[in-house]
Design a protein around this ligand. Structure first.
Ligand code: NDP
Length: 452
């Protein structure tokens, strides 16, 4: 079966009527990757699997009207992109950030279907959110916004239909308000959202899961490729939100030395290792600048974004063994990848979604730098979200040890799956292609079996 990627993208553009840069970047990568397996199953063509897999089931858009602290009504846009539920209920986070639009959420939802397939769990893919910015809002404003958001969203979700979770700007506080609103409107105390606090149905290890999982995955990836472990190695981490914080924490657990973090305003470098408690204290208030850290730790340096050298992020020019981009999409570009390579970096694992640009990934793959793509490396978050759904369905609470063990097993299995797929299709260490092929096959075969 021949696949004309340009034509598929063109058709998609016409049906979408959008200039969806991030979405088409993600679609192009997947379509390029799966070429070798399209002839494996003759039914793929008859069932129009390629077209079906790149077309979202539905995109829900709604108005969110809410009242601010000055008693003025504010309006934001809300979205839920339910991309595909072939393997199970729609599952994927909610993002509250001014940059949120249909393009970003479509790309995230599309990536989510493959990521969820790789976990081996029964979950389909979705993503949602709003251009609302929780930064600088009072708790009461965030609560009123979440309630108004849920007034619309609750019509489309349910414990067996669509189960949102957190993402950028949506943490335990927002999930609490959203869940409270859902419960009040429906009278249902069901696992409709994950990332809840333990006292009302959350799972142990959910906050830690994405960061911990990324480190588990990377350790396994190194082991499976007969490379040195992360112990005693200098590691770079970007971001300082949920994923970055717990990546740093797990790196310490295994004896590695994480020396950096960042936010949208600048980069922090502490060659002695980031003081995680100090970082958490400073970032309790997200408005705080990372520069505050250097007041307490004299050896540390802070570089503001406006002082970066041209065309690069100074964070990625620090010598390291391993790099973990954990902030946001397209944050690590070609020059950054060249800097990592020049400084001897041996492994890069994506904690964030699509943080590395395609030309940066080409540099890694072309220079034998082991690369763990987001779909695989950061799947720990959604895996533990599914564990939360299972616990809610059975009205149980699993211990930290049980959840952590299952998380580690899941990440190891994803890694082994990628390795065996790479072997089978002679892909060398191209785990980007291996992840896309393994995820695509699971969904495509199930689509064929289910019919239309
Ligand atoms: P958070 O909102 O907790 O943290 C995001 C962090 O990234 C903040 O420190 C933010 O800084 C920083 N950031 C945002 N934009 C930039 C930028 N342009 N340059 C540098 N730093 C930036 O989000 P999460 O940690 O939850 O999510 C991070 C990434 O991981 C996202 O790509 C998300 O989709 C992905 N992910 C998250 C999962 C989860 O379980 N939370 C699961 C799987 C993937 P600032 O405060 O200044 O904005």
């Amino acid at each position: 079966m021949n696949i004309n990627i340009d034509q598929t993208i063109q058709e998609l553009k016409q049906s979408n009527c959008a200039s969806d840069t991030n979405f088409f970047q993600a679609v192009t990568e997947v379509l390029e990757s799966i070429k070798p397996i399209l002839d494996e199953n003759g039914d793929y063509e008859t069932h129009s699997i390629v077209k079906r897999i790149v077309t979202p089931d539905r995109v829900i858009k709604f108005k969110v009207a809410w009242v601010d602290d000055d008693n003025k009504v504010q309006i934001n846009r809300g979205y839920r992109v339910q991309f595909d539920n072939t393997l199970g209920p729609y599952k994927g986070g909610l993002r509250f950030h001014p940059s949120v639009n249909e393009d970003i959420l479509s790309f995230l939802a599309f990536e989510q279907i493959f990521k969820n397939a790789l976990t081996g769990l029964s979950i389909g893919g979705a993503k949602g959110g709003s251009d609302f910015d929780p930064k600088g809002k009072s708790d009461m404003e965030v609560m009123r916004f979440c309630k108004s958001f849920m007034v619309e969203l609750h019509r489309y979700i349910g414990a067996r239909t669509d189960v949102p979770a957190g993402d950028i700007g949506v943490g335990a506080r927002e999930i609490g308000y959203l869940y409270g609103a859902y419960k009040n409107m429906t009278s249902l105390y069901e696992g409709v959202l994950t990332g809840k606090q333990i006292s009302f149905g959350g799972s142990n290890i959910r906050p830690e899961a994405t960061g911990y999982g990324t480190v588990y995955f990377t350790q396994k990836l190194l082991e499976i490729n007969d490379m040195p472990s992360l112990q005693d190695k200098v590691c770079l981490v970007s971001g300082c939100g949920n994923v970055a914080t717990y990546t740093i924490e797990k790196l310490y657990h295994i004896g590695a030395v994480p020396v950096s973090c960042s936010d949208s305003r600048g980069v922090l470098h502490d060659k002695d290792g980031i003081d995680l408690e100090l970082l958490k204290t400073i970032k309790k208030d997200r408005k705080n600048s990372l520069k505050l850290y250097t007041d307490r730790k004299k050896g540390a340096t802070y570089t503001a974004v406006e002082d970066f050298k041209p065309e690069q992020n100074d964070l990625w020019d620090i010598p390291c063994f391993a790099a973990f981009p954990c902030a946001t999409q397209n944050e690590l570009k070609k020059q950054d990848a060249k800097n990592l390579q020049k400084n001897g970096c041996q492994v890069v694992a994506e904690g964030a979604n699509m943080p590395c640009t395609p030309d940066a990934i080409d540099i890694f793959l072309g220079h034998d730098i082991l690369f763990g793509p987001a779909k695989a490396a950061n799947a720990g978050g959604v895996a533990v979200s599914e564990f939360e759904m299972s616990q809610n369905a059975a009205m149980q609470t699993w211990s930290r040890e049980v959840v952590d063990k299952k998380l580690k097993e899941t990440m190891n299995n994803i890694c082994k799956q990628l390795h065996s797929t790479a072997k089978k299709y002679d892909l060398g260490q191209n785990y980007v292609q291996a992840a896309n092929i393994a995820g695509f096959k699971k969904i495509a075969d199930a689509m064929v079996a289910l019919g239309v």
